[in-house]
Design a protein around this ligand. Structure first.
Ligand SMILES: Cc1cc2nc3c(=O)[nH]c(=O)nc-3n(C[C@H](O)[C@H](O)[C@H](O)COP(=O)(O)OP(=O)(O)OC[C@H]3O[C@@H](n4cnc5c(N)ncnc54)[C@H](O)[C@@H]3O)c2cc1C
Length: 464
């Protein structure tokens, strides 16, 4: 796609300049660019970048941005391309700036409980590096091949958010390059800060629209002694979800609470080619617990089991070791299994926990009325629900699904929630942003964007 007239083009001279900055082998203009035309957002149209550049360090990122800013060429930062909102798709063409070569764990500072990493480090590698030092980075946004830069830029959440929160809660500081090439550092190896505006938290979650993140300081903690999963079947999804606030009110703080209903469980079983032991129930909760010792785990699981049984659970099963890992794999396969079942879209709405059951019921009703098959799976402990409508094979399918999207988002916002809990707005959800963000706030966001990026080169066509 060619960029609007106000943008400059990627000329042979620009390609030569990029090769001078990053080395010829790290500038792609041929067929391999197709790998950089898409992310994992379902049905989001791919766009071929004019050029891909893979800088090796901060100075090269700065040189690329300075050159792009002078010529007003769109720049789309890219981590691992696992995003689910089209954020890394170069909507207006131009330059894809891939951080994949900046993948060093620079330091694990055990004394201060801080990891310093480059943005291209992938989550699975960070976990290993931190664990090798006897420490713990607890966040687990489902996809281990995602980059830490991408996790920060999308403020990724995942399955351990009930206890630990989301990525921004673990970001202590950043190095970032502004569009003109200026390098800034925010935050530091400290936990308290009342020194001016919090730019760390402004850049976190900004989806590549303000600056390129080139270094990240992450808070670490001591590892838990043990992690188990308690599986709790119910005779209805409603009953399963209703138990969540009761568990939390009793002072038990699980790492995560996931719900899965029987339709999704059936799809995952078929996808994985094996059945989990919980067939025949309408829905179940997967409650992930961590504890320092075996005794503490047993006490926690027993108390949790009692609460669930008091409130309508049919059974309580504790999965440990390999069985717990298999259950995690089962949950992680929910989205791939749904996507495998048909042409599925993905909605990532979040509401206050007390409204989850209402939201699920109303969304399921709305889908039935529109004749659209809807799957749901979600992070019941933190209010973040994923709905996956199957796009029907009909001439008016697009319009019907868009109408359903609007209705789901309106319901979520009316219940005190918002339209994305963890995947970001990217390109896929920007047409719905007005449902969640009132005009005055939107105007302020635009002014902030203009302050960082006056020439509008950073990931244009995203968020707004
Ligand atoms: C199977 C599967 C399961 C998933 N499960 C979860 C989950 O449980 N929770 C969750 O939150 N997400 C989940 N995701 C979504 C995805 O993994 C996250 O959004 C992740 O944070 C994206 O990281 P990435 O490196 O792939 O980023 P990309 O897709 O490459 O980019 C995402 C956005 O970040 C920007 N960006 C990337 N790097 C930088 C940088 N260095 N500086 C500035 N901007 C940058 C891009 O411009 C883009 O807007 C899942 C995805 C898949 C495929």
């Amino acid at each position: 796609m060619s960029a609007p007239a106000q943008y400059g083009s990627v000329t042979p001279e620009v390609v030569r300049l990029l090769a001078g900055i990053a080395g010829e082998a790290n500038v792609l203009t041929g067929e391999t660019r197709t790998d950089y035309a898409h992310d994992e957002a379902p049905n989001f149209p791919p766009v071929l970048p004019d050029v891909v550049v893979k800088p090796p360090d901060t100075a090269s990122v700065a040189a690329v941005l300075r050159m792009a800013d002078e010529r007003r060429i769109p720049v789309t930062p890219r981590g691992a391309g696992t995003g689910l909102s089209g954020g890394a798709v170069p909507t207006l063409g131009g330059i894809v700036l891939s951080l994949e070569r900046m993948n060093r764990v620079i330091e694990i500072d055990a004394a201060n409980f801080v990891a310093t990493v480059e943005p291209g480090v992938v989550l699975g590698d960070l976990h290993k590096a931190v664990e090798a030092q006897g420490l713990y980075y607890p966040l687990y946004p489902g996809e281990l091949t995602a980059s830490i830069g991408g996790n920060v830029a999308t403020n990724a959440g995942g399955m351990r958010a009930v206890r630990y929160g989301v990525t921004r809660n673990f970001v202590l500081g950043l190095e970032a390059v502004l569009p003109g090439g200026e390098v800034i550092e925010t935050g530091g190896k400290y936990f308290k800060c009342s020194t001016g505006y919090d730019l760390t938290q402004l850049i976190a979650g900004s989806e590549g629209t303000l600056a390129v993140i080139t270094r990240i300081l992450l808070r670490l903690i001591a590892p838990p002694g043990r992690r188990d999963i308690v599986l709790v079947p119910f005779d209805s999804l409603q009953r399963a979800i209703d138990v969540v606030p009761k568990v939390l009110r009793e002072g038990i703080l699980p790492v995560g609470i996931e719900f899965i209903d029987k339709d999704v469980a059936g799809l995952v079983d078929r996808y994985r080619g094996k059945e989990i032991p919980l067939r025949g129930f309408e829905a179940f909760l997967m409650i992930i617990l961590e504890a320092e010792s075996d005794e503490a785990m047993q006490a926690q699981a027993a108390r949790l089991g009692d609460i669930c049984l008091e409130h309508g659970a049919i059974d309580v099963l504790v999965a440990t070791g390999d069985r717990a890992r298999d259950m995690m794999d089962f949950r992680e396969k929910a989205w791939p299994a749904i996507a495998h079942a048909g042409n599925a879209e993905l909605i990532d709405v979040v509401v206050p926990r007390s409204r989850i059951a209402d939201l699920v019921r109303q969304v399921m009703d709305a889908s039935r009325q529109r004749g659209i098959t809807m799957y749901t799976v979600g992070h019941a402990g933190d209010g973040n629900i994923h709905f996956a409508p199957l796009v029907p094979d009909a001439p008016d399918a697009k319009q019907r699904v868009k109408g359903l999207f609007r209705e789901v988002y309106r319901l979520g916002v009316a219940m005190g929630g918002t339209i994305s809990g963890e995947h970001g707005i990217g390109g896929a959800k920007r047409e719905y942003l007005d449902i969640a963000v009132p005009a005055a706030k939107l105007a302020l966001m635009r002014r902030l964007k203009a302050a960082f990026d006056p020439r509008g080169i950073m990931n244009p066509g995203k968020v707004f």
